[in-house]
Design a protein around this ligand. Structure first.
Ligand SMILES: Cc1nc2ccc(C(=O)N[C@]34C[C@H]5C[C@H](C[C@H](C5)C3)C4)cc2n2c(-c3ccccc3Cl)nnc12
Ligand SMILES: [Mg+2]
Ligand SMILES: [Zn+2]
Length: 344
């Protein structure tokens, strides 16, 4: 099973570099993928501390460090669904809590902020770079465990998170009362399951209705829809960064999709077009993904929080870049070239 050695913990505890968070780390356009992999865990501790959560919930630094090292080890080296994805999703949760002042303004409680950040870190634990439908179609062991409830991968990510919390010296919530602990785990369960995009699609109309009606602080439904919206925004946050980050991320996602497509062909199943490296037109697929899923989500966020408008603007700008790429590609496709290399 996964091992974290005491010297790993002490090295992180003594890391000086991160004790003063680097300038600009709290700005929306900052890309966390710039941070050295060996310093990520230190920065996670500092971000929890910067939001007052270490103090508020009496998080012990050595327990938090050990927990974070286990989470980091709990990710595989898939092209996209690896530790850096989890770290960047976590960083976005830090950005929205800090920049939209979600706790001070009463949109979420401090416990919900803690659960939101921990859920972001854990939300894709032990991902294999394949989708829920692949699990079901190829009858993986995860499908046999969870397919009756749906959201197969997300249930596995949750199980892995709970397993780490139950590992000796890793229960970061041991300073919470029994009631707070129960509420926190219920939140983590709901938030990790909410990262299944098929689940999001069922909720998005209610989220749009909430944004047009205006957020009701006393509505349990609004408060839950907001937390789910924030999870989806965090999961898609690479698309709110500059074009280089947005395109690089698409590259990594399609490496996973095309590997899955190759597997499906080898198993005699026809992959979705977006998984088929022979058929997929990445610019057109990204225009659809940004138009149907990403921009609508950040439009809702911007309606609720005008300070988040810059996030919507950058997703719209990235979609425009794909439109230009698509036009450029179309000319190339006519003349037979089909790889993304021409975008470099
Ligand atoms: C750049 C980029 N492109 C992406 C293109 C497509 C899809 C995608 O799952 N599409 C859908 C399309 C319909 C309706 C639902 C369920 C399925 C059928 C599959 C969604 C995701 C993409 N994605 C993600 C991402 C976010 C959350 C979970 C998994 C992933 Cl991979 N993160 N970045 C990207
Ligand atoms: Mg996921
Ligand atoms: Zn994810």
């Amino acid at each position: 099973h996964m091992q974290v050695h005491p010297e790993d913990v002490s090295r992180v505890l003594n890391c000086e570099r991160a004790h003063d968070l680097m300038p600009e780390i709290d700005l929306f356009y900052f890309s966390p993928r710039k941070i050295e992999e060996s310093e990520c865990v230190c920065y996670c501790v500092e971000m929890f501390d910067d939001l007052g959560l270490v103090q508020q919930w009496q998080l012990k630094r050595d327990t938090l460090t050990r927990f974070l090292l286990f989470v980091k080890k709990g990710y595989r080296d898939a092209p996209y669904h690896n530790w850096y994805h989890a770290f960047s999703v976590f960083h976005f949760s830090y950005l929205v809590i800090k920049n939209l002042r979600l706790v001070e303004r009463g949109f979420i409680s401090s416990l919900e902020a803690l659960a939101f950040m921990v859920s972001c870190l854990c939300h894709d634990l032990d991902h294999r770079g394949t989708t829920n439908s692949f699990q079901m179609q190829s009858g993986t062991e995860l499908a046999s465990l969870y397919s009756s409830e749906g959201s197969v991968m997300e249930r596995h990510h949750l199980a892995q998170a709970l397993c780490i919390l139950n590992t000796d010296g890793c229960n970061i919530f041991d300073g919470l009362t029994g009631e707070q602990y129960g509420k926190c785990l219920d939140l983590i369960r709901d938030l990790i399951l909410a990262t299944d995009l098929a689940h999001h699609i069922r909720l998005v109309q209610d989220q749009e209705k909430m944004a047009s009606e205006g957020f009701d602080m006393n509505s349990t439904q609004h408060r839950q829809l907001l937390l789910f919206l924030l999870m989806t925004c965090a999961d898609l946050s690479d698309q709110t960064k500059d074009w280089k980050v947005s395109r690089t991320t698409a590259d990594l996602v399609y490496q996973e999709f095309f590997s899955q497509g190759d597997l499906e062909k080898a198993m005699g199943n026809a992959p979705l077009e977006m998984m088929d490296r022979e058929k997929a037109r990445i610019p057109d697929l990204q225009i659809q993904f940004l138009s149907h899923i990403v921009c609508p989500v950040f439009k809702i966020l911007a309606q609720l929080f005008p300070e988040a408008d810059c996030l919507l603007q950058s997703t719209v700008k990235n979609r425009h870049c794909w439109e230009q790429a698509s036009a450029f590609f179309a000319r190339k496709w006519e003349s037979g070239h089909s790889s993304l290399d021409i975008l470099r």
